[in-house]
Design a protein around this ligand. Structure first.
Ligand SMILES: [Mn+2]
Length: 237
């Protein structure tokens, strides 16, 4: 459900520049949302895949960038956390201009003054070699999304849902979530929780005494996280 106006919206793993990106939904999403702050939690532009597998930059991908800039021009504060697919954009880490900043990690202070650590997540878990799909399929990973789109279209069968629910898939996701929370705990600051991306598995849950949140992606699930008055909720688009 989309709330009227958010204090902050968190998105990750859009993978602009690749075929996997659901740019149509992402563009609709950007046009719909109203938020004071937008935190992009990594892997928004996929430089890595564009270099490795060739560029699939479409007109809609440019339109998405224009929409993000529109939010910026309308006064939305934008934070761009760099992910493992951002490649050469990493050069501009710590770039700041007015209410835009590019960082490795970000500390979000919510409307109640509570602190949340925001990090892409690729560096803080041994289960970070890629998404959960990569573990299961290794090199077949690139094939999975086109195959799952095809199966869904013709047989109404969700391959992604099926794979996530295998024992291996579930274990992988759980271990990753625990590692991210442990990283957050190790930090000396009084965080109430952590927001990450990377694994493409949208989730909000309590682990120990911290809130774990993963934005999800704009590849399969088209999900995000929204904050209003210090309360966090899922946005499914
Ligand atoms: Mn990633």
């Amino acid at each position: 459900m989309i709330h009227e106006t958010y204090d902050t919206i968190f998105i990750s793993d859009v993978h602009l520049g690749t075929n996997r990106c659901n740019s149509k939904k992402f563009l609709e999403f950007l046009k719909t949302i109203k938020t004071k702050k937008l935190v992009m939690v990594g892997d928004i532009v996929d430089i890595y895949c564009m270099e490795k597998h060739g560029t699939s930059w479409k007109k809609e991908h440019t339109q998405c960038i224009h929409e993000i800039l529109k939010h910026l021009n309308n006064g939305t504060e934008i934070v761009y956390i760099l992910g493992n697919h951002e490649g050469e954009i990493r050069r501009y880490c710590d770039f700041k201009h007015e209410h835009f900043q590019m960082v490795n990690e970000y500390i979000h202070i919510d409307s109640r003054g509570k602190k949340i650590l925001c990090v892409h997540g690729d560096k803080h878990s041994q289960y970070s070699s890629g998404s959960w799909k990569q573990l299961i399929f290794n090199k077949g990973y690139e094939l999975i999304t086109p195959l799952s789109v095809w199966l869904n279209k013709f047989f109404r069968f969700s391959l992604v849902y099926f794979l996530k629910n295998t024992i291996k898939g579930k274990k992988y996701i759980e271990e990753y979530e625990k590692d991210i929370v442990n990283y957050c705990k190790q930090r000396e600051e009084d965080f109430i929780g952590v927001i990450c991306g990377h694994i493409h598995h949208h989730n909000i849950r309590i682990i120990g005494d911290l809130i774990y949140m993963c934005c999800g992606d704009f590849v399969d699930t088209c999900s995000a996280i929204g904050e209003v008055d210090g309360g966090y909720s899922s946005i499914r688009y």
